[in-house]
Design a protein. Structure first.
Length: 244
C-alpha cells in the first residue's frame, strides 16, 4: 500500500471511531447527568519507518476520555430530584456492586426505598438503602442529609475520586471502578441541591457541528483514497505503454 493510501486509510479509521463517539453523545444529549465522550488524537510511525526520510506517520485516536465537566443544573420542583453542584457522584447499589451516577432523578419504590430510574437503590451510610415514608414531606440538606418530620432519616452517599482514570462507563448514566485499587471519598466542596437536575454536558448544537465536521473530513479522506488509486492506475498504464 502506498503512503498516501495508508495515511488516508488510517485517517478514515480514526474518523469512524470519532463518529461512533459523537453519535453516542448526540443520542444522550437529553440524558440527565450524561458525560460526553471525547478523544485524543496522535500520530503513529512504524518502527521500520522511523529512520527513513520517506517514512510516513498515521493519524489515530490514542485513547478516548470522558469529559466530567458539570452540565447545566435546572429546577424541576420535584422533591425527589437532586443535583450535585461540584465534583462527585451519587452512589447506588448496582447488580454487581456499587455504581456511581450524576443523574439524581430518583423515585420511591413501593417499599419506600429511594431508587434510580433503573430501580437501583440509592446508597446511604455504609451502603445501606435509604427508606422514606412516602406519605410525609422530606428535605435534603446541602450535605445530603435527609430529614423527615424534623428527624434525620439518612444521608446520601456522595463519592469523589482523586483520579478518574480508573472509572469506566456502564450504560449511559452510570460509572463503575475498573481499577480495584481506586478508592472514593466524600468531596469537600460539593453541595446537594433538592428539586433540581443536572443535564447532559453534551451540547446538542456543539455535537451536531462536530458531527458535520467529522463527516466532511471523512469525505475528503475518501476522495484521497480514490485519488491515490487513480494515480496508481495511471502509473501502471504509463509503465505498460513504455514497455510496449
Amino acid at each position: 500500500m502506498d503512503p498516501l493510501t495508508a495515511t488516508a486509510a488510517s485517517g478514515l479509521r480514526a474518523r469512524m471511531e470519532s463518529l461512533d463517539l459523537l453519535a453516542n453523545n448526540v443520542a444522550n444529549a437529553s440524558t440527565g447527568g450524561y458525560k460526553a465522550d471525547r478523544e485524543f488524537y496522535s500520530l503513529y510511525t512504524a518502527p521500520e519507518a522511523q529512520e527513513s526520510p520517506a517514512g510516513s506517520t498515521m493519524p489515530l485516536i490514542e485513547r478516548p476520555w470522558i469529559d466530567l465537566s458539570q452540565g447545566l443544573v435546572h429546577e424541576t420542583g420535584n422533591a425527589l430530584d437532586v443535583a450535585l453542584s461540584g465534583p462527585g457522584f451519587f452512589a447506588v447499589n448496582g447488580p454487581s456492586g456499587p455504581l456511581y451516577t450524576r443523574n439524581g432523578s430518583f423515585r420511591l419504590s413501593t417499599a419506600g426505598t429511594l431508587v434510580t430510574p433503573d430501580g437501583y437503590a440509592v446508597r446511604g451510610g455504609g451502603g445501606a438503602p435509604l427508606t422514606l415514608d412516602a406519605g410525609r414531606p422530606f428535605e435534603i440538606a446541602a450535605d445530603g442529609t435527609i430529614r423527615q418530620g424534623g428527624l434525620a432519616v439518612g444521608k446520601l452517599e456522595i463519592v469523589d475520586f482523586t483520579s478518574t482514570d480508573g472509572l469506566a462507563k456502564q450504560g449511559a448514566a452510570y460509572f463503575h471502578t475498573a481499577d480495584p485499587a481506586l478508592r472514593g471519598a466524600a468531596p469537600k466542596a460539593t453541595a446537594v441541591e433538592q428539586g433540581k437536575l443536572e443535564a447532559s454536558n453534551t451540547g446538542s448544537a456543539e455535537a451536531a457541528v462536530r458531527l458535520v465536521s467529522v463527516m466532511r473530513q471523512f469525505e475528503m479522506l475518501q476522495k484521497a483514497v480514490g485519488l491515490a488509486a487513480e494515480m496508481n492506475q495511471q502509473a501502471v498504464q504509463q509503465v505498460a505503454k513504455v514497455g510496449s
